[in-house]
Write a protein that binds this ligand. Structure first.
Ligand SMILES: [Zn+2]
Length: 418
């Protein structure tokens, strides 16, 4: 049983029989549905949701040019952002995501719209205006003024939205990645994040041709991670997506600086970027959470991310002969929830169902995942009571409508199939 107090916190989590009298008023019995912590998506691109599932078999730089940049450019029209942003947050809630760390677009007005939509929807959202001072897709900005304007607009957005709604909304300073940012942009963005307490997010070591391009653009640095290190971008408020082709030196440096990584396995396979040696990264002490990376990843659901991650982990074992232990279904759930919360420094507030934490949770209908839904008694003995078997079913036979409800601070979100 889960009880929520009037401040949106979990007042009690445990068997109904042992609940204190004051929390057991008018209980709602949702069995056989199960209650889980809300999913924490550490890496997504808001404007790319309409493109999800389109563009398979394009390499990263072609995919950006042909599909992604035109879609993001369409948000220059305020009407586009206003139409799409509310639907995008409903789409995240529909798949059980209650916290999302996401990239927006380069346009400040569209970011105001996105933040307002997150405020009205009720999801927990950390968003950032994309910063790019080379390869930018906005033809209206004079190249020589991009850095100054991008910093000014980011700082205005931080002032307005970072910590808004009593901390439910936050800001992440968002230089897209080293290929589209100069060293000046990277350094100034990191110093803005530090000065304001905002998060800092970017991409690292995703694709071999991208890594080669970074080497060409930053010839004086040791490697890709060193580009961000020299900019002052590493640290425990920084979330880097992908990080799949790290050298030992790069891995060590990310661990040492407590930099967080968003692991996005569906994206890594969809764009054929590669496989993360996850067990080795975890053994080294890297803090890893999960990201959908829509639309590099084709599905906003973290259940899909867990499933593809588990397959990728097995593929890595077979291909690389790595005998380190792999994550079991509950280990994947932890990555999608509590470790995601840890990556954001929010683990005392969200990420698990514990009394005192905020009531960010979802209910899931396992009957939709049954292989023979019309035949009684075919599930393994004790299936419904065994969390590992249950989670295995939810990951490997996830159904698009299985999330029946999602709450942030006890407030029900629009989006789930009900
Ligand atoms: Zn991405």
């Amino acid at each position: 049983m889960v009880a929520v107090d009037d401040r949106g916190r979990l007042a009690y989590v445990g068997p109904a029989l042992t609940a204190p009298a004051e929390v057991s008023v008018s209980p709602v019995d949702v069995r056989p549905w199960v209650v889980l912590p809300g999913m924490v998506d550490l890496h997504a691109h808001l404007p790319q949701l309409p493109n999800a599932g389109v563009g398979f078999a394009l390499d990263l730089l072609t995919w950006l040019d042909r599909l992604t940049f035109p879609t993001e450019r369409s948000w220059a029209d305020p009407a586009v952002a206003e139409r799409l942003a509310p639907a995008i947050f409903r789409a995240f809630a529909r798949v059980g995501t209650t916290t999302v760390l996401a990239y927006g677009v380069v346009y400040k007005a569209a970011m105001e719209t996105a933040f307002a939509a997150a405020r009205d929807h009720g999801i927990r959202a950390i968003l950032g205006k994309v910063m790019m001072d080379r390869l930018t897709y906005d033809p209206t900005i004079e190249p020589s003024s991009i850095l100054e304007r991008s910093l000014r607009e980011s700082s205005e957005l931080i002032e307005r939205w970072h910590g808004a709604e009593d901390g439910r909304l936050g800001y992440a300073v968002t230089p897209r990645f080293a290929v589209s940012c100069t060293a000046d942009m990277l350094r100034e963005s990191a110093s803005l994040a530090r000065a304001t307490g905002a998060w800092w997010q970017s991409h690292v070591s995703e694709d071999r041709s991208e890594i080669a391009e970074v080497r060409r653009l930053f010839p004086d640095t040791l490697d890709y991670v060193d580009v961000y290190d020299r900019a002052g971008g590493l640290g425990d408020r920084s979330v880097l997506a992908h990080a799949i082709h790290l050298s030992d030196r790069e891995l060590g440096r990310l661990v040492e600086t407590r930099t967080r990584v968003a692991h996005c396995p569906p994206s890594n396979l969809y764009i054929a970027s590669g496989l993360m040696p996850l067990a080795r990264w975890l053994e080294a002490g890297l803090l890893v959470g999960l990201g959908s990376d829509v639309s590099g990843g084709p599905d906003p659901s973290l259940f899909t991310v867990m499933r593809v991650g588990a397959y990728s982990q097995n593929a890595w074992r077979v291909v690389a002969g790595d005998e380190r232990p792999i994550l079991d279904p509950l280990g994947w759930l932890r990555l999608a929830t509590l470790d995601g919360a840890r990556a954001l420094g929010l683990e005392t507030a969200i990420g698990s169902l514990e009394a005192g934490k905020e009531a960010d949770m979802i209910v899931v209908d396992p009957s939709l995942t049954a292989p023979l839904p019309d035949v009684e008694g075919v599930d393994p003995e004790g299936f419904a009571e065994d969390p590992s078997l249950l989670m295995s079913r939810l990951i490997f036979r996830a159904h698009p409508d299985m999330v029946r409800g999602a709450w942030v601070r006890g407030n029900r979100l629009d989006g789930p199939a009900s």
